[in-house]
Design a protein around this ligand. Structure first.
Ligand code: CUO
Length: 684
C-alpha cells in the first residue's frame, strides 16, 4: 500500500510538474506516461531520467482509470482561486468529493498525481487538504504549513528575488536568511498602517486560513461542514478577532473600527498589498482610498449580483432577528432561541450550506468579501482578479476586512442583545470566591505585561518553484511578549472538593476618549485569554497557570510548522492530532501591543461551576489546546455555555460597569501592557 506520507510531497513546489524531485530525502513519483501532460509526454524519458540522477527514493504510482475531472479542470491553472466565489467552491467541492471517495490510499495517490498538473494549484492544495483531514485512512497526517507551499501569499514580493538569488548562488549550508522588511506596505501618512504588524502577521493569517480549512462552509458531503456549533464558532472566532483588533487600535491611539454599515459609502481605507501571486504571475490588485462597491457582473466567475442584493439579504436577516425566528425553505419557523439561535444565525450570515434558507437570507458575509475584493474591477473590464480580502489566507491583511467583520458582528450582536441577561444566580458559584488575582512575568513588576518585537526564521523552500533545492529562510519581524503566569486565589467554602471552569478575559479600561467604558461597550472588547478546568479543595486554593498554556493559542513552532523539527513522536496520539492542531491563535499575538506608557486594562477572572459547563466526552488523543476558537475535531465544543460567556449578552440591570457585574466567583485586577520598541532575536 502507498505510504500516506508521500501524499504530503504533493504539496511541495505546487506549480512545478509533478515528476520533479521533492522532499528532504530526494523523492520522485514514478508517473505513468499516460498521466503526463501533453507538454511532457513526448519527452518523458528525457525529463524523468534527468530528474532521476540524485534520487534517493522512488514512489510507484499505479495507473488506474481516472474519474472525470472536467469540472475541477474548468477553473484555469493560472486563475486566482477563492472559496468565497460560489462557482469556485462548487468546483473545489467536486475535487474534494473525488479525493474523499477514492477507495484506497493508492488510488487517491494516483488521482492526486494525475490531477496535480491539471487543476488550479491553490484549489488542489485546498481540496487535498480537506480530503486528507476527513478521510479516515489519512487523518493522522500533518499537513505542511500553507505558508510553506504558497509563501507568495504571506511575504513582500521583493523578497522573492533575493531568496532566488540566495538559493541559486549559495549552497544550502551557507545560505543566510533573507530579511523581510517590516513595515513595508504603506507610510506613516496612512494611520491604518500602524496596524501592519497585526494585519500582516504570518501567524494571524495562517490561523485564519487554517480555521476556514477546518470549518469549510460548503461540501457535497454534509458531514464535512456539519460540525458541532460551527455557526456559533464562526461568529465567536471572528468576534474575537474584532475585539483583538480593536485593542490593537487602542494600542496605536486609533479609535475602534467603524462597521461598514452603509454599503453605498466609499471605503476610506485603501490597501496596496505588494505581493505577487506565484500561481497567476500577477500582482494582487490594490484598492484605492475611497473606493465604492459596485454591482458585480463578472461572467467568468458566474457572478451577477447587485449591491441591492446584499441589502435585501441584510434586511431579511434583521427582520428575522427582530421577529425571533427564521423561515426555512419549507416555510416553517425556526426559533432563534437562547440555545440554538446564534448557531443558526451564524450559518445564515456566513453563509454555509447549513443555512436553513439560502434563497431568502442569501450569502451575505461571503459576498461582502467578494464585493469588496472586486470593487476595483466590478465588471472584469480590466481583466483583474480579486484583491486580498477575497481569500482566507490573505484577507486579514486588508483594513476593509475589519470594517466588514465589524458590521457582521454588529448583526450578531443585534440578536445577542435581545437575549435575557444572565442573572446573579446564573453567574454565581455559591461557596466559591476569588480572593486574589495577579499576573507576572519573570523578574518584572506584577500586573505589568511587556511586549516587544522579535525576529524569527521560516523555511520557505517548499514553495519555491523552479529554483535549486535546499532550505531558504526568510526572517520576519513580529510582535511578541514576555511569557507570564496568572496566580489566582480561590476559596472553596463548600466543605467538599468542587470543580471550576476558570475563564480569563482582558479588555481596555477606557474608551478612545479616555473615559471609563460602560460594560455594554467594554464587553465587546473582552478578549478571551484562557479557559481551563480546576479542582478546588475545601479551603483556600492557589492556582497557577502559564500564558503559554492558553486555550486560544498554539505555540510558535506549531504555527510555523517546520515539518522537520518539533514534530511529535511518530505514531503518538499527539502526532495524530498535529494537523488539527495547526488551527489556533498564534501565541506570539496573545497580548495586544500596548503603549509605551502602558495600556490600562481590566483583567477579568471567573470561576464558574463546572457541573453546569461540562461536556462529557473522551478527549484523550484529541488536540484541544486551542479549543476556544477552534473547537475539538469531531467532538463537541468543550463548554456548554454560550461562546464568549459571560460577556456574550448585555449585563443585567444595575451592572453598568464591570465592577458592578462581579459576583463573588469573579474578580478583576488592573493590568498595564507596556510596549518596548526593541527587536529581539529568537533563540534557536
Ligand atoms: Cu473568516 Cu470573513 O470569514 O473571513
Amino acid at each position: 500500500m502507498a505510504d500516506t506520507k508521500n501524499l504530503l510531497l504533493l504539496f511541495e513546489h505546487p506549480t512545478e510538474p509533478v515528476f520533479m524531485d521533492k522532499g528532504k530525502k530526494v523523492t520522485v513519483f514514478d508517473v505513468p506516461d499516460s498521466y503526463l501532460t501533453d507538454r511532457y509526454r513526448p519527452i518523458s524519458n528525457e525529463v524523468q531520467s534527468r530528474v532521476g540522477e540524485k534520487v534517493e527514493q522512488r514512489v510507484p504510482v499505479r495507473e488506474i482509470s481516472i474519474p472525470d475531472l472536467r469540472i475541477p479542470m474548468s477553473l484555469g491553472r493560472e486563475e486566482q482561486f477563492s472559496l468565497f466565489i460560489p462557482k469556485h467552491r462548487r468546483i473545489a467541492a467536486r475535487l474534494i468529493d473525488i479525493f474523499v471517495n477514492m477507495r484506497s490510499v493508492d488510488d487517491l495517490q494516483s488521482v492526486a498525481v494525475y490531477a496535480r498538473d491539471r487543476v488550479n494549484p491553490v484549489m488542489f492544495n485546498y481540496a487535498l487538504s480537506v480530503a486528507l483531514l476527513h478521510r479516515p485512512d489519512t487523518q493522522g497526517l500533518d499537513l505542511p504549513s500553507f505558508a510553506q507551499s504558497f509563501p507568495d501569499r504571506f511575504v513582500d514580493s521583493q523578497v522573492f528575488r533575493e531568496l532566488r538569488e540566495e538559493s541559486f548562488v549559495v549552497q544550502p549550508g551557507s545560505r543566510m536568511p533573507i530579511v523581510i522588511p517590516r513595515d513595508y506596505t504603506a507610510s506613516d501618512l496612512e494611520p491604518e498602517h500602524r496596524l501592519w504588524y497585526f494585519r500582516e502577521d504570518l501567524g494571524v493569517n495562517l490561523h485564519h486560513w487554517h480555521w476556514h480549512l477546518v470549518y469549510p462552509f460548503e461540501a457535497s458531503d454534509r458531514s464535512i461542514v456539519d460540525k458541532d456549533r460551527r455557526g456559533e464558532l464562526f461568529y465567536y472566532m471572528h468576534e474575537q478577532v474584532m475585539a483583538r483588533y480593536n485593542m490593537e487600535r487602542f494600542s496605536n491611539n486609533l479609535a475602534r473600527t467603524q462597521p461598514f454599515n452603509n454599503l453605498r459609502e466609499p471605503i476610506a481605507e485603501g490597501y496596496f498589498p505588494k505581493m505577487d501571486s506565484l500561481v497567476s504571475s500577477r500582482a494582487w490588485p490594490p484598492r484605492f482610498d475611497n473606493t465604492r462597491l459596485g454591482d458585480l457582473n463578472r461572467e467568468q466567475d458566474q457572478i451577477n449580483l447587485e449591491v441591492a442584493d446584499l441589502e435585501r439579504w441584510r434586511d431579511r436577516i434583521y427582520e428575522a432577528i427582530h421577529q425571533g425566528f427564521v423561515m426555512d425553505e419549507r416555510g416553517q419557523r425556526v426559533e432563534l432561541d437562547e440555545a440554538r439561535g446564534i448557531d443558526i444565525l451564524g450559518n445564515i450570515l456566513e453563509s454555509s450550506i447549513l443555512s436553513p434558507n439560502r434563497t431568502l437570507y442569501g450569502d451575505l458575509h461571503n459576498f461582502g468579501h467578494v464585493f469588496i475584493s472586486y470593487s476595483h474591477d466590478t465588471n472584469n473590464k480590466h481583466l483583474e482578479s480579486f484583491g486580498v480580502i477575497g481569500d482566507s489566507s490573505t484577507a486579514m491583511r486588508d483594513p476593509a476586512f475589519y470594517r466588514w467583520h465589524a458590521y457582521i458582528d454588529r448583526i450578531f450582536q443585534e440578536h445577542k442583545t435581545r437575549l435575557p441577561a444572565y442573572t446573579d444566580t446564573q453567574l454565581n458559584y455559591s461557596g466559591i470566591s476569588i480572593t486574589g488575582v495577579q499576573v507576572a512575568s519573570n523578574g518584572t513588576q506584577p500586573n505589568v505585561l511587556t511586549t516587544f518585537w522579535q525576529q524569527s526564521d521560516m523555511d520557505l523552500s517548499r514553495g519555491f518553484d523552479f529554483t535549486p533545492r535546499g532550505n531558504v529562510f526568510a526572517r520576519f519581524t513580529h510582535l511578541t511578549h514576555l511569557p507570564f503566569t496568572y496566580t489566582i486565589n480561590v476559596n472553596n467554602d463548600g466543605g467538599a472538593q468542587r470543580f471550576g471552569y476558570v475563564r480569563i478575559f482582558m479588555a481596555p479600561k477606557n474608551d478612545e476618549r479616555g473615559q471609563p467604558m460602560l460594560l455594554r461597550e467594554q464587553r465587546l472588547m473582552m478578549v478571551e485569554l484562557d479557559k481551563f478546568v480546576v479542582s478546588l479543595n475545601p479551603g483556600p486554593n492557589t492556582i497557577r497557570r502559564r500564558s503559554t498554556e492558553s486555550s486560544v493559542t498554539i505555540p510558535f513552532e506549531r504555527t510555523f510548522r517546520n515539518l522537520d523539527a518539533n514534530r511529535p513522536a511518530a505514531g503518538s496520539a499527539e502526532e495524530l492530532e498535529f494537523n488539527f492542531c495547526g488551527c489556533g491563535w498564534p501565541n506570539h499575538m496573545l497580548i495586544a501591543k500596548g503603549l509605551p506608557e502602558g495600556l490600562r486594562c481590566d483583567l477579568f477572572v471567573m470561576v464558574s461551576n463546572y457541573e453546569n459547563d461540562r461536556i462529557d466526552q473522551q478527549l484523550v488523543g484529541r488536540c484541544s489546546d486551542a479549543a476556544s476558537y477552534c473547537g475539538v475535531r469531531d467532538r463537541l465544543y468543550p463548554d456548554r455555555q454560550s461562546m464568549g460567556y459571560p460577556f456574550d449578552r448585555l449585563p443585567r440591570t444595575g451592572a453598568d460597569r464591570l465592577v458592578n457585574f462581579l459576583t463573588p466567583n469573579m474578580s478583576i485586577v488592573d493590568v498595564s501592557i507596556r510596549h518596548e520598541n526593541r527587536v529581539a532575536n529568537r533563540q534557536a
